[in-house]
Design a protein around this ligand. Structure first.
Ligand SMILES: Cc1cc2nc3c(=O)[nH]c(=O)nc-3n(C[C@H](O)[C@H](O)[C@H](O)COP(=O)(O)OP(=O)(O)OC[C@H]3O[C@@H](n4cnc5c(N)ncnc54)[C@H](O)[C@@H]3O)c2cc1C
Length: 278
């Protein structure tokens, strides 16, 4: 197998179109395992981990742009994700181990497309989009649609995810997850919430996304509709848990994991919504 070090996005796109049967490698924390298990067997790996333009976190007016090769550690150390965005830092802090956080990238997490990908629910809650570039085309897709629509799902041949972009939110972004084990846990349930409260403590804006409560990370529309306009107090949060459990009863019907997930979601949702008020 050949490993080619890309020097720029242009270079990586050129290499992608030149070689057949090749794959991008960023941090390698997913793809190396998949290669060892013979789930993927590329002839050429194109390493984008040293492409400077993919490693930047930039503020551009009302928007924040994260290069696809930005690692979890880069997010944790960035001053951009303080205050009302610290839920994104929390999601990154709870990923794997220090070694995984130092190498694993946000782009790799999205493209690998696990239902338990920790960066994805916060990005869906933020209404983020991803920018997918090929030699002759650029498409910008909402993270939410990338996972839920078959026509936009999946990276296409000759495409590179170059950046993730979202508008700076007015509300507070929170995140909570329940892992299988304390360290190195791939989360089994995660919830990210973006909530804005008005002067009467009523929910004036809400976007909620879950991980591992379905086949892919997704918006929780019924929960959002329930919360919209309500006074944000403990009683409403208790009711919100019941709404989500009701959604799970239908979505996960006949799954052996349902009784466990149904109970576990209570603590996860209460933590995510509780942090809005802190
Ligand atoms: C021990 C361990 C613990 C883990 N814990 C967690 C956890 O708690 N939460 C979690 O969410 N994940 C976890 N993971 C999974 C993994 O670390 C993450 O998914 C990580 O973000 C993947 O990023 P990467 O840069 O290493 O991807 P890579 O392995 O380099 O690539 C993954 C896939 O994405 C493609 N790809 C990568 N970047 C691009 C790009 N820019 N454009 C196009 N295609 C691209 C590759 O071709 C490959 O198919 C864990 C993994 C391990 C081994």
């Amino acid at each position: 197998m050949i490993v080619k070090q890309a020097k720029s996005v242009e270079d990586a796109l050129e290499l992608l179109s030149h070689y057949g049967n090749c794959k991008i490698i960023a941090g390698g924390t997913d793809i190396i395992i998949q290669m060892n298990e013979k789930k993927v067997q590329p002839k050429v790996l194109i390493d984008i981990s040293k492409v400077e333009e993919l490693k930047k976190i930039e503020e551009d007016g009302d928007f924040i742009k994260i290069g696809s090769a930005v690692t979890y550690t880069d997010i944790i150390e960035s001053s951009i994700f303080e205050g009302n965005l610290s839920g994104f830092k929390k999601a990154c802090r709870l990923v794997g181990s220090p070694q995984i956080r130092n190498r694993g990238t946000i782009g790799g997490n999205i493209v690998n497309a696990s239902p338990a990908a920790d960066s994805v629910p916060p990005l869906i809650a933020l209404g983020a989009t991803i920018i997918l570039e090929s030699k002759n085309n650029i498409r910008e897709v909402k993270v939410e649609d990338y996972f839920s629509h078959s026509e936009t799902f999946g990276i296409r041949e000759y495409e590179i995810l170059t950046a993730i972009r979202f508008r700076k939110p007015k509300g507070v972004l929170t995140f909570a997850k329940l892992g299988l084990r304390k360290a190195l846990a791939i989360s089994r349930i995660s919830i990210a919430a973006l909530v804005e409260l008005d002067k009467d403590n009523k929910v004036s804006f809400v976007r909620i996304a879950s991980g591992s409560i379905g086949r892919y990370p997704m918006r929780e529309h019924e929960l959002e509709e329930f919360l919209q306009g309500k006074v944000f107090d403990d009683a409403v949060i208790d009711e919100a848990v019941k709404v989500l459990q009701g959604v799970m009863d239908v979505r996960l019907a006949n799954r052996s994991s349902l009784p466990y997930k149904r109970r576990a979601v209570e603590a996860v949702l209460k933590e995510a919504l509780g942090e809005v008020r802190k």
